[in-house]
Design a protein around this ligand. Structure first.
Ligand SMILES: Cc1cc2nc3c(=O)[nH]c(=O)nc-3n(C[C@H](O)[C@H](O)[C@H](O)COP(=O)(O)OP(=O)(O)OC[C@H]3O[C@@H](n4cnc5c(N)ncnc54)[C@H](O)[C@@H]3O)c2cc1C
Length: 467
């Protein structure tokens, strides 16, 4: 059986790892748009500012995908990281988180898990969350740290190569190929330019991540692959001093809080909390600059950052959430002259922009130095902005000081996983021999869940092969 995996993010590489673990006879080829992990480097570490790398951003592209430079927080709960349990069952996903976590440990993940014990302190945080109308989700975290994530994924890359997996780096899938309703492979081109070529396979697994979600959406439209518009998450990255978040950081490491603030009742949630972390910029191929955050295991800042995301769903007559979010992002980038914009919460409430010199007067020093002070409210939809403001005020009940005047809000923070591919239980699409998984499928949104989906994919392929 020839298996072609498009995208070497956690979803793609855990598919390959589990095929090997299951001793399958699959001939595995992974095609990855970016570099091998040992050749991935973001120049910002040297230049201090985003260089808008072409043909791709090294933060999101290359072996281990968005995982390489990510904070490496493995969420060990089926309640976090997307909707895979709805497709595959809560019990199954819970068990496979345990299994996949052991795989991470075998490649050198830190055995320590954050967010266990501290029962009394957790109870108090939950009491305050209830007072504020927020739900606190329990989620133990295994923290790899950005620098360790790199080392761990390097070991996995080496293991895959040593076990006979072919990995074509710097190669982009531009089109999927079909014979009638059967997917036969893909059309590829070297990412730096060159001749197009075709690769054929018995099974084609698409795992192109958030950055490839747009491309997959186009493929679904072009080839009639069943899909639907999912939600799109638009929000801000909030940054406060560590002193403000100290209690939550110590007790939970990451607070997963969800609310439905009035008057719109959209779902608003916290995501990707980084104690002592750094706000980061990532660039998409279409020049869109969006904000993110990460933290190192050994280098700590004085600040904690986390995303606050507001979910939007569209029905009729408009149902292109990716397009909607992109327009919001582009407008924000335009006002920030191509940079990430930052504004103080107090200024937002007073209806004024933030000026660069005003940032210097605060206790908090932005950890994204090339962010431009401005007015994020001029680009943020009213519904989104009001929901975020109300959520921040509710958070203040759980974390006193969170809604302080000098709290920083960076924008745009957008999660592009809104195209949801319709999948069967074995992750098969409506086209024979074509499978989708990970963040690009719209079913996951995180390292652990996309890795688990990869493990399940491999087992499904082995089972299908036996039938
Ligand atoms: C800065 C940052 C911090 C993060 N921190 C965390 C965290 O702490 N915890 C957590 O759980 N999650 C975190 N995430 C999210 C996490 O990294 C993703 O959810 C996860 O990597 C998704 O895995 P994936 O395999 O589905 O996709 P990806 O990791 O995005 O991988 C997809 C791969 O496909 C490749 N590709 C795309 N299109 C094509 C194409 N046409 N042809 C060939 N290859 C293609 C890409 O280059 C990429 O390497 C973070 C993300 C970022 C950007």
């Amino acid at each position: 059986m020839k298996v072609l995996i498009v995208g070497a993010g956690p979803a793609g590489i855990f598919t390959a790892l589990e095929l090997i673990a299951q001793k399958s006879d699959a001939e595995i080829t992974i095609v990855e748009q970016g570099n091998a992990i040992d050749r991935r480097a973001c120049p910002k570490a040297k230049t201090g500012k985003c260089m808008n790398c072409k043909p791709y951003c090294h933060i999101t592209t290359g072996f281990s995908g968005a995982g390489a430079f990510s904070d490496g927080k493995l969420s060990l709960s089926e309640e976090v990281g997307g909707d895979l349990p709805e497709l595959a069952g809560y019990q199954t996903v819970r068990e496979l988180i345990g299994y996949t976590d052991k795989m991470y440990l075998s490649f050198g993940a830190d055995p320590h898990v954050e967010g266990l014990n501290n029962d009394e302190a957790v109870k108090e945080i939950r009491r305050n969350a209830i007072k504020a109308g927020l739900k606190l989700v329990d989620c133990p975290i295994r923290h790899l740290g950005t620098e360790n994530a790199h080392k761990l994924y390097y070991k996995i890359q080496k293991y895959l190569l040593e076990n006979g997996v072919t990995i074509l780096f710097n190669t982009t899938c531009v089109d999927l190929t079909f014979d009638g309703d059967v997917c036969t492979g893909g059309l590829f081109v070297p990412s730096v330019g060159g001749e197009k070529f075709t690769l054929n396979a018995d099974k084609v697994v698409v795992a192109t991540g958030r950055k490839g979600a747009d491309w997959l959406d186009e493929q679904c439209r072009a080839h009639g692959i069943d899909h639907e518009a999912g939600v799109v998450d638009i929000g801000v990255r909030v940054e406060v001093r560590n002193e403000i978040m100290e209690k939550v950081n110590n007790v939970l490491y990451e607070s997963k809080l969800i609310g439905y603030p009035l008057p719109f009742c959209n779902k608003v949630r916290t995501f990707c909390q980084n104690p002592g972390g750094f706000v980061a910029q990532e660039n998409y191929d279409n020049n869109l600059a969006v904000v993110n955050g990460h933290s190192f295991k050994n280098i700590k800042s004085d600040n904690t950052n986390l995303a606050i995301l507001c979910s939007h769903k569209f029905t009729h007559p408009f149902n292109q959430p990716i397009e909607y979010a992109r327009k919001v992002g582009e407008l924000t980038n335009m006002l920030g002259d191509g940079h990430i914009m930052v504004q103080r919460f107090g200024d937002i409430l007073q209806g004024k922009r933030t000026w660069q010199d005003e940032l210097q007067r605060s206790n908090i020093v932005p950890t994204l130095p090339d962010a431009v002070a401005g007015d994020i409210t001029s680009a943020m939809p009213y519904r989104t902005m009001v929901s975020i403001i109300e959520f921040i005020k509710a958070m203040d009940v759980v974390v006193p000081g969170f809604a302080g005047d000098e709290t920083l809000l960076y924008s745009p923070e957008i999660k592009f996983y809104s195209n949801r591919v319709k999948l069967g239980k074995d992750f098969a699409t409506s086209k024979k021999n074509l499978y989708c998984l990970g963040d690009s499928s719209g079913w996951t949104r995180g390292l652990m869940m996309s890795s688990v989906m990869g493990v399940m994919m491999a087992r499904n392929l082995c089972n299908n092969n036996k039938d």
